[in-house]
Ligand binder design. Structure first.
Ligand code: AMP
Ligand code: ZN
Length: 462
């Protein structure tokens, strides 16, 4: 069955045809100057679902995610300060330390959300050589010019400029006069910026000491690891009009080949009124903050699966509560299901097919969850077969179904001893003394329930 994916380039759903058997996929990753919020995490869960669906269909995926630790300026238009240098000043640590710290924090969230680790985390500062090489290539082909401020890409020389975002270039360039500094055209962008004063992160280059432009790192690293033409490139929809437009311009100008076959973008996580919330404006939770409020990362993942990835997701704690209830219900039902033994019919095939159809229809995870529930609630479906199928569905959903098991409680030795002593006292008819021990056990967090033959310990919830 074909996998249909919505391609931003054609604005259509297309049947996915990889170049080779191993699918090559690149995702724009975090700028590690601060914590990634749950909006950012939506972008990675989306890429994760996409990758898992492709793997579910039998392909291998070579996935690269970049780590931006230099060059991302406070404005996407080559102005403002470098976010890393700014954070370094604010926190009084080196830019390298800042990057390491926030990357580690981010990686913890990746693990908590059951996002499969990419084949490669590609760090911008570790690929300066490749970025300089790419600029040289563009320079040799006549696509660049120099200003006081840096080396720029001349967007007018690339005839397809703006094709991804369907920019109306004429209008854009003729539109209201903006100060473009020494840039020739509004849509030109920096490949290399000169250090105007001493920076922490700066490198020698044939054009002068400085640092690479933000768009350049993605082109250079994607092509280094995945070749001149990738199968899939993902990112948030905010990247379409500038970042990805510029990635296409510089990559295709350098190689003369199509850079990416399928461009895929996730919609934003927005507030209840539909307003964009971003890290720079503050106001979005991190996964840790949700945990502090009593939510598991899986609850948030479940919430993400309920909305089509291209649509805006209206986030509120009420919505998250509903997702939590649903996930916890699945948890309880799966634990019960593992104990069920009754006979039934095997419906693996029909549910399996419905599920595949749903996820192959441009990752329709909401529908896939419906099918998951339908199978889970189907009493006639043989329990043993059912659990195998639900765990298979979870290869796409990533809700941690395998971990849904009755937790064995490890009773502390002290409690065990008290329980034994209490049994002895009861046998001897010393019930008042036995009650004192029951109270001691209760204080240690366990309730003793007396059954006809013996007594049972129940761990009190904290
Ligand atoms: P950044 O760390 O700002 O470079 O962003 C990392 C990724 O998160 C990019 O793919 C962005 O497009 C994406 N992103 C940022 N904010 C949101 C949001 N509120 N909802 C969904 N994706 C977002
Ligand atoms: Zn990128």
């Amino acid at each position: 069955m074909a996998i249909e994916l919505y391609n931003t380039l054609s604005r259509k759903k297309e049947a996915f045809k990889p170049i080779k058997k191993e699918v090559r996929m690149y995702s724009c990753g975090p700028t590690v100057y601060s914590w990634q919020h749950i909006g950012n995490m939506r972008a990675y869960v989306f890429a994760d679902i996409l990758r898992r669906v492709i793997e579910y269909n039998g392909y291998k995926v070579k996935h690269v995610i970049n780590v931006t630790d230099v060059g991302h300026l406070t404005s996407d238009a080559d102005e403002g300060e470098d976010k890393m240098e700014l954070a370094s000043e604010k926190e009084g640590k080196t830019a390298g330390k800042i990057a390491q710290f926030y990357f580690q924090e981010f990686e913890k969230d990746v693990r908590k959300l059951n996002i499969e680790a990419p084949w490669k985390w590609a760090w911008a500062t570790k690929h300066i050589k490749e970025q300089i090489e790419l600029i040289k290539k563009l320079e040799n082909k006549g696509y660049t010019y120099k200003t006081k401020d840096g080396i720029y890409f001349d967007s007018r020389k690339f005839k397809d400029y703006g094709k991804l975002a369907r920019l109306n270039i004429k209008e854009l360039r003729a539109g209201k006069r903006v100060d473009v500094g020494e840039k020739k055209h509004k849509t030109d962008f920096a490949l290399w910026k000169f250090s105007q004063e001493k920076r922490q992160q700066e490198w020698k280059s044939p054009w002068g000491v400085g640092f690479p432009g933000w768009h350049l790192e993605c082109s250079a690293m994607a092509m280094k690891y995945l070749g001149n033409t990738l199968d899939i490139h993902t990112g948030g929809e905010d990247h379409i009009s500038v970042h990805h437009t510029n990635e296409i311009a510089q990559s295709e100008s350098a190689t003369g080949k199509k850079f990416v076959n399928y461009w895929m973008h996730n919609g934003f996580l927005v507030d209840e009124e539909g307003r964009k919330v971003s890290k720079s404006k503050g106001g979005l939770y991190t996964i840790t903050e949700l945990e502090e409020r009593g939510y598991k990362p899986e609850h948030f993942r479940y919430l993400l699966l309920l909305t089509y990835y291209r649509k805006p997701l209206h986030f509120s704690l009420e919505n998250l509560d509903a997702a939590r209830n649903a996930w916890e219900r699945i948890n309880r039902k799966v634990i019960e299901l593992r104990k069920e033994k009754h006979k039934g019919v095997d419906r693996t095939k029909e549910y399996g097919l419905e599920f595949l159809k749903a996820v192959n229809d441009d990752l329709n995870t909401a529908k896939a969850l419906d099918i998951f529930w339908k199978a889970l609630n189907d009493f006639d479906f043989t329990p043993g077969r059912k659990i195998v199928l639900l765990e298979k569905f979870d290869r796409v959903l990533g809700l941690n179904i395998k971990g849904m098991k009755e937790k064995k409680v490890v009773v502390p030795a002290e409690v065990k001893k008290l329980l034994e002593q209490r049994e002895q006292l009861r046998k001897q008819g010393k019930f008042a003394q036995a009650d004192i021990l029951r109270q001691r056990i209760l204080e240690l967090g366990y309730t003793v329930e007396d059954k006809p033959k013996s007594s049972v310990l129940i761990k009190n919830s904290s």
